[in-house]
Write a protein that binds this ligand. Structure first.
Ligand code: IMP
Ligand code: MG
Length: 180
């Protein structure tokens, strides 16, 4: 599995340090609010698991699953809700927890439909930001790392559902997907 990774972009230690810092910042920023963490499955599960444990204020946690069609490297822009939230959003200060903000299409769609359900506020926390690839105007409120325009895997991020279990973030060797 590690042979498919061209280079390690972010080590376990680098990630752990940033996520802990972010958790402390969110705990401070939301101390007088009603924090609800919403994670978009599946890429953000590991980030969510680490981030929620570094948050020291009361919060609720929920998951939803939005899928872009197809399992390859490119986002189609068309998304469908596979699993919706269980908890009503009214009165909550929502923090969307994402693995990576790439074209921004997924999150801008999601933010719009969640906004219509009347939460008190919505913000975005992303582990990785790839601003060079943005197709819509959307800015994350919290970012752990800004990354170059390369396809990355690990720490939850996949290529065709694989490599999520790598403990670091690595650049996928293009040989893995060049046959596509
Ligand atoms: P966006 O809609 O283009 O912003 O990206 C949505 C989803 O595409 C992310 O949540 C990821 O699941 C996936 N994605 C985008 N870039 C990468 C990458 O470099 N590696 C793995 N998944 C990615
Ligand atoms: Mg994915």
């Amino acid at each position: 599995m590690k042979n498919d990774v061209k280079s390690v972009l972010l080590s376990e230690e680098q990630i752990a340090k940033k996520v802990a810092e972010l958790g402390a910042k969110i705990s401070e920023d939301y101390k007088d609010k009603n924090l609800m963490l919403v994670s978009v499955l599946k890429g953000s599960i590991i980030f969510m698991a680490d981030l929620m444990r570094s948050i020291t204020i009361p919060c609720t946690v929920d998951f939803m699953s939005v899928s872009s069609y197809g399992g390859g490297v490119k986002t189609s822009g068309v998304v469908k809700i596979i699993k919706d939230l269980d908890i009503p959003l009214e009165g909550h200060d929502l923090l969307l927890v994402e693995d990576i903000l790439d074209s921004g299409l997924t999150l801008s769609y999601l933010r719009e439909i969640l906004q219509q359900r009347g939460p008190r506020s919505i913000k975005i926390a992303t582990l990785l930001d790839k601003p060079e690839r943005r197709q819509v105007s959307i800015q994350p409120d919290y970012v752990c790392f800004t990354v170059p325009d390369e396809f990355v895997v690990g720490y939850g991020l996949d290529y065709s559902e694989r490599y999520r279990n790598l403990p670091f973030v690595g650049i996928l060797d293009p040989k893995v997907y060049s046959g596509e």
